[in-house]
Structures are given as structure tokens and as C-alpha cells.
Design a protein around this ligand. Sequence first.
Ligand SMILES: Cc1cc2nc3c(=O)[nH]c(=O)nc-3n(C[C@H](O)[C@H](O)[C@H](O)COP(=O)(O)O)c2cc1C
Length: 321
Amino acid sequence: MTSSSAANPGRTPADVDLSVAIGALRFRNPIIAASGTFGYGLEFAQLVHLNRLGGFVTKGLSLQPIEGAPAPRLCETPSGMLNAVGLQNVGVRAFVEQKLPLLRKFEVPVFANIFGYCQQDYVEVIRILEDAEGLAGYELNISCPNVKKGGLQFGNDPSAAGEVVRLARKAAARRPLWVKLSPLVADIGLMAVTAEAEGADALTVANTYPAMAVDYRTRMSRLGNPTGGLSGPAIKPITLRLVWVASKAVKIPVVGLGGIETASDVLDYILMGASAVQVGTASFTDPQASEQLSASLREAVFDSNLFSINELRGKFLAENG
Ligand SMILES: Cc1cc2nc3c(=O)[nH]c(=O)nc-3n(C[C@H](O)[C@H](O)[C@H](O)COP(=O)(O)O)c2cc1C
């Protein structure tokens, strides 16, 4: 049976407008699968209707292929997960040659997540992608906590972050540039303002939190690496605050992510100012999580008597907080 709204008889969830705009790009809904948790999209194509997602972000791409960290790479923690994948990826050239052509048959915005060991790496990766067709934009990861020199030096230091964003912006002439911030910074507002000033089109807030899990019996890490990045529901309250602070600091759109599992989680992030969200760890529990979230989100927005998800964005009443 189709439900209808008491406040608006005859109205059904199908009438809800879930579409969002981030800069010049329009997304059919605000659910984007997060980098590192959705492969290159192709791995999920048999399980998920990719065309029903708002979009997805590829695994981080580097100039050269990277084999990644030793196993185990994942371990469960209370209400969360630790990972130390070590940025394994096929390298940007193989992505362009082997993965991107297969992705072109889908009607879903694909963002290439980019990282480098130095500024020039970021620029080179973007230059190679600029010559390729089939991408909606770039997401610059200046926040990876796993690999030595893997971006943390940019993500922690406003002037280094500003410099890499400026160079990336220059290289990214064709497409929008999103900058993914590290959550472990003294002042997320300052990082957000710096990225905006250097030309970021949107911010992704945020990456995982450096963390560890050990076993006192073996006296070893539960990961192949001593430390990893914490994700999942455990981080949601911390990242939610970062999204609030970052959204207030800048005019460009903010994409929120951290621990999203339910439609309420999505709406919490939208309330704090996010224009869209990304879903990461939830895809490990259920590969169809992102697709199902778009359906449950429609119901939740309808139940809140809203016509459009955008009506809620940034409407947090601080005096109640
Ligand atoms: C296994 C794994 C691999 C990840 N790889 C990347 C990556 O390559 N680039 C990146 O920017 N973020 C990466 N992330 C971070 C996620 O995109 C996301 O920021 C983080 O997991 C928080 O969201 P969540 O709590 O929904 O998982 C990775 C996360 C996980 C769990």
C-alpha cells in the first residue's frame, strides 16, 4: 500500500525531491559511495544498480600502482572498523585504460579520488585524468592516515594543504575539484577556508581517524600495519561536529561522511549543513547499503513532511544545542 501524507493528502514518497546540486553538478539523490569502500564501482555493478546512486568515488588513485599494506587490513572495533589498506590501487594509467571505459555505460557521476606522495604526484595524476572521458570530477585526498608521506603532511598543515589545492586546481581545468579533509586537525574551519580560498569547488568532511587495535596476548597489532584508520558509526558524532563547523566556515558545498548507516544519519548530516553525504563502512556490512539508503531516505523525508531534502540543509538550531 502506498502511504500518503496527513499534512498533504494524496502526496506519496514518490513526490519527494531527493535531488541535490553541488556546484554545477546535479545528483539524483545525495547518497554517494565513498572512496576505498566501493572499489572502482565495477566490482559492485552486479549487486547494486549503480544508476540509482547519487554517485560514487573511486578507490584512491596514485601515479604508480601500489600493492598496499600487509594483511590483515581490516579489523572490527566497537561500533566501527579499522583499516590499513595502504592505498592499494592499480595506478591512474591502468584506471584510465581498463576501468574507466567500462564505467562509461553507467549513468552515474564518478569521482576519481586522488592522492600523492608529493605535490607533483597530485598534479600528474590529474593531468592524466584530464585527458580521459567519463568522470564527473576529482576528490583530492589530502588526509590519508595510513602510509608514510601518504598525504598527512598536507592534511595537517594549512599552508601545505593550500599549496597542493592551488596546484591541483590549476591542473583540474575541466572538472570540479573536491577536497577531502583530514578530521585530525587543530582547526577544521581554517582547513576548510584554506581549501576554498585556493579554489576547491566542494569539501568532503572527513576521512578516517588514526587509531589502533592491539592484542595484549600476542603483543601485536590486530592489523598488518601498527596503526590504521577508524571508520563506521563510532566516528559519526565526532565528524558530525566537523561538518557543522566546516559548513559555517565556507560558502562552497560540504559533503559529509562518517558512520552513516541509516536515513536518519543522512538527515543529521544534511541538518548540520551537508549538501550530500558519502557512505563508506556500511558497504562492508551490506554492499547494497548505498542503494537501499536512497529508498529509505525518500520515506524519511516524506515522513518529516518535507517536499525536498534541501529544505532541511543547514537548519540546525544552535540555541538548542
Ligand atoms: C577500507 C577503506 C579504504 C579507504 N580508502 C580510502 C581512499 O583510498 N581514499 C580516501 O580518500 N578515503 C578512503 N577511505 C575513507 C572513507 O572514504 C571514509 O572517509 C571513511 O571510511 C569514513 O566514512 P565511513 O564511516 O562511512 O566509513 C577508506 C575507508 C575504508 C574503510
